[in-house]
Design a protein around this ligand. Structure first.
Ligand code: CUA
Length: 310
């Protein structure tokens, strides 16, 4: 079932979840109307009409009525329970041939690992029609992985895996949100899930890993966006959560303790892998490490890109 007040449906379970939501909403609305109308009606006909009102009769019991108003709500609750439980199983039983993708929540971005070793940040690319198994965890606090168009949501908890499954039915780009308040930039912990054809997916995997036929600086520019460097570092000279990349390479930077460091290849590499080792003065040590996220070739490409922003 579809409804104008719900987001578009892009997974196999979306329609079923929506039917349940619509049923619960409608049932609640009708019951609310029924109870309100009956209450208002009796309020009106039994209102005080004169100084010596006639009293209502002393009825204390009506078995038939009591059975009806016990049975109908009970049946409704049971229906909702079994309907919901079936959908819950559909969301949690992972099909055997599912494509496993690691989802890591971190302050404040989502990192994705694919079976071939490729990875991406804030952009999840998946093939259409294939069951997916999301293996979700967190590196710091509790986050929550939410894809409204798939109607799935699961907490990302430190020191354990949570599992979620979904099968995308429709090509397109859909939102990923973090729905657990996780600190200052919680509202910016937003990603996209891109559902593409199987061939496009395989091509993307190859490029995400090594840049394909791109020049290093082009690949670096792409990584700047796809690895979410863009969230904190500008390339136009403005200061953000982190220092701008414009003119950063080859310059001497002042550190918090007053010493200076030359931003050469080694400093830039260290800043990606051990970001808090030498923090530029005026900035907070809040950058997450990219250890295990960036491959050597990707680090080279990012440095090559930084060299071009002068
Ligand atoms: Cu991560 Cu909110």
């Amino acid at each position: 079932m579809k409804s104008s007040y719900l987001p578009e449906q892009a997974s196999t379970i979306a329609s079923d979840i929506d039917s349940l939501i619509i049923f619960i909403t409608n049932a609640s609305a009708w019951l609310f109307l029924l109870v309100t109308i009956v209450s208002v009606y009796y309020l009106w006909i039994y209102r005080r009409k004169n100084e010596r009102p006639e009293y209502t009769s002393g009825i204390s019991h009506n078995t038939r009525l009591e059975i009806i108003w016990t049975l109908i709500p009970t049946l409704l609750v049971f229906l909702i329970f079994f309907w919901g439980f079936r959908s819950y199983l559909d969301m949690n039983v992972v099909p055997k041939d599912a494509l496993e993708i690691r989802v890591l929540g971190k302050k404040w971005f989502w990192a994705f690992d694919y079976p071939n070793g490729a990875n991406s940040v804030n952009e999840l690319v998946v093939p259409q029609g294939k069951p997916l198994k999301f293996l979700i965890s967190s590196e710091d606090v509790i986050h929550s992985f939410y894809v409204p168009a798939f109607r799935v949501k699961m907490d990302a908890v430190p020191n354990r895996y949570s599992i979620l499954t979904a099968t995308p039915t429709q090509a397109g780009t859909f939102d990923i949100f973090c729905t657990e308040y996780c600190g200052k930039s919680h509202s910016e912990m937003i990603g996209k899930i891109r559902v593409v054809s199987e061939t496009e997916y395989n091509k993307w995997l190859e490029e995400a890993e090594g840049g394909g036929s791109m020049k290093p600086e082009e690949f670096g520019k792409k990584l700047y966006i796809s690895k979410a460097c863009v969230t904190c570092h500008s390339v136009d000279g403005t200061a953000n959560t982190g220092p701008t990349w414009k003119g950063a390479y080859g310059k001497k930077h002042k550190l918090a303790d007053g010493s200076e460091v030359l931003a050469d290849e080694n400093y830039l590499r260290e800043s990606m892998l051990e970001p808090n080792a030498k923090v530029v003065a005026g900035y907070q040590p809040v950058m997450p490490t990219y250890q295990g996220i960036l491959k050597q070739k990707q680090i080279d490409a990012i440095i090559a890109y930084m060299k071009t922003i002068q």
